[in-house]
Ligand binder design. Structure first.
Ligand code: TZP
Length: 259
């Protein structure tokens, strides 16, 4: 495995990459659409920066730095690189567990679990402008997190996962549906999500999905991200002109506005 200090330089963004991926809009729900969590144990020897580069190139909207075995110094070093990279690609950077690291690297937010810093304290430290994600495994936890200042809920595991040993038993899509109905803030589903089941997760009401194995655990992370993004993106009808406002025009002129 490559050492942290050998992280490659962040490649400059090409003009073709200047536009945000289609899934990234100003709406926070859109921006939370596809989270990729770093995990060195699964990354086939690639560094977090290499995997994140591939994921962002494929259309990931969020990179979450997750390094339970990394020191604070290493987290800050990698976090700074990921900050640079996510800025270039128009993605969000969220730091798992470590609000202090999130602040140190100027991340867009932090994500805390039920056993981490309590949500009200995390919110106080992050201030009003950074995102706070809170993990929840039940409707009750989700409702409390929303009340305590979370911007989004990380709900799961929805499906069985081998990636997190202590994740608990999968909740399934019905419980996900109940959580999505119970809170007004976006719900991001996690746990065993891959291209084959991601559409069902969005159909259940989730604003987005968060994955590790499906992107980090495969050799071509950019391609895997593209496939996932397609699976969770509501198809745009080619013939959706009838949905757009019609204007009355002189005879012979086109009657449908296309901005
Ligand atoms: N929290 C609940 S399940 C999980 C986390 C961090 C692991 C998700 O990994 P995978 O490989 O996408 O199932």
């Amino acid at each position: 495995m490559r050492e942290l200090h050998e992280e490659p330089a962040v490649a400059a963004r090409t003009p073709a990459q200047d536009a945000h991926p289609p899934s990234v809009g100003n709406d926070i729900r859109d921006r939370l659409r596809l989270h990729v969590l770093t995990d060195r144990a699964l990354s086939h020897g690639r560094t977090d920066v290499e995997v994140a580069t591939a994921a962002l190139t494929g259309g990931a909207t969020v990179v979450q730095l997750r390094g339970k075995d990394l020191t604070g110094a290493d987290l800050v070093r990698v976090g700074q690189r990921l900050r640079e990279l996510t800025r270039i690609h128009g993605g969000l950077l969220i730091v798992n567990d470590r609000v202090d690291v999130a602040l140190a690297v100027g991340a867009d937010g932090a994500h805390v679990g039920q056993d981490d810093l309590p949500a009200p304290d995390a919110r106080r430290l992050l201030g009003p402008d950074r995102l706070l994600g809170v993990s929840a495994r039940t409707v009750g936890e989700a409702v409390c997190a929303a009340r305590d200042g979370a911007d989004y809920i990380g709900f799961g595991p929805v499906f069985p996962t081998l990636t997190k040993g202590d994740a608990g038993s999968p909740s399934g899509l019905e419980e996900l549906r109940r959580v999505c109905a119970a809170v007004a803030i976006p719900v991001v589903a996690i746990g065993g999500i891959a291209a084959g089941n991601a559409g069902a997760v969005i159909a259940a009401g989730a604003a987005g999905v968060a994955v590790i194995a499906a992107v980090v655990g495969v050799p071509d992370s950019a391609a895997a991200t593209r496939v996932l993004l397609r699976a969770i993106t509501v198809p745009q009808r080619a013939d959706d002109a009838w949905l757009r406002p019609h204007v009355t025009t002189p005879a012979g002129a086109r009657g449908v506005t296309r901005e």
